[in-house]
Design a protein around this ligand. Structure first.
Ligand code: PGA
Length: 239
């Protein structure tokens, strides 16, 4: 696990965008795994800026997002499809048909998503955030390390945390479709971003904790190619 320490979320965005752009320059047809949440927004802003300055093109890039709320259509303003279109895809030259977000409404056979990823050649670089409880994607504590894409229950703490995006906590979906931990681990390279003091405990487990489903992020210790970008606050509990 390679750890890059930065000052703040803004600087994390600069460094993460550089790593993603290098990947695209090496392989313009690369498959990126993407994440939602507040942490990667600065990364997406830098990717957009660099696209506008003709430093990078996404015209042959393929993307697979980590997760989607169950029951939300892609047109719902709090759906992750809507987030991705608004925060990234609508502002770059990616072909929208090359972008994939799990369906929140057709959830009969979620593991089909894993098959699609395999058919695309697997994920070359997976971008991740991390939950305060150590979740990656929506794989909450207790999730099997062998999990593939499936419908998952959100914990009360995650629902509470995400309520800030909804008019009220009752409107936050209680389930999501998420890539599994095995899906994530099959990515060739992983880039995890953690910023802010509320991530410090999760980051301490990620880096030094016992590998256990109690902290799903700890599975990443067993992946051969992980880069973690943390800011000062998120790194404050590291030894
Ligand atoms: P955040 O979410 O970026 O909004 O903190 C991260 C996560 O829950 O995975």
């Amino acid at each position: 696990m390679k750890i890059i320490k930065v000052k703040n979320n803004e600087e994390a965005g600069v460094v993460a965008a550089q790593i993603i752009e290098q990947k695209i320059q090496t392989n313009p047809q690369c498959v990126l795994g993407l994440a939602t949440g507040s942490t990667p927004i600065s990364t997406y802003q830098h990717l957009i800026k660099d696209y506008q300055n003709q430093k990078v093109s996404f015209k042959d890039v393929i993307t697979y997002n980590l997760d989607e709320y169950q029951g939300l259509l892609g047109t719902h303003p709090e759906s992750y499809r809507y987030f991705m279109n608004g925060k990234l895809f609508n502002h770059i030259d990616i072909k929208i048909e090359n972008t994939h977000v799990p369906s929140g409404t057709d959830t009969k056979n979620p593991a089909v998503y894993d098959e699609l990823i395999q058919q695309a050649g697997g994920i070359d670089l997976q971008l991740l955030g991390i939950g305060v409880n150590g979740h990656i994607g929506f794989n909450e504590p207790g999730t099997s390390f062998d999990s593939l894409t499936s419908v998952v229950d959100l914990t009360p703490s995650t629902i509470q945390m995400n309520a800030r995006f909804f008019a009220s906590v009752d409107l936050v979906p209680t389930k999501a479709v998420s890539m599994g931990l095995k899906t994530i681990m099959q990515s060739k390279q992983i880039l995890l971003l953690a910023t802010g003091a509320n991530k410090a405990e999760a980051v301490a487990h990620l880096v030094n904790g016992e590998v256990s489903p109690a902290w799903p992020c700890t599975i990443l210790q067993t992946h051969p190619d992980v880069i973690v970008i943390i800011d000062q606050e998120a790194g404050s509990m590291l030894k």
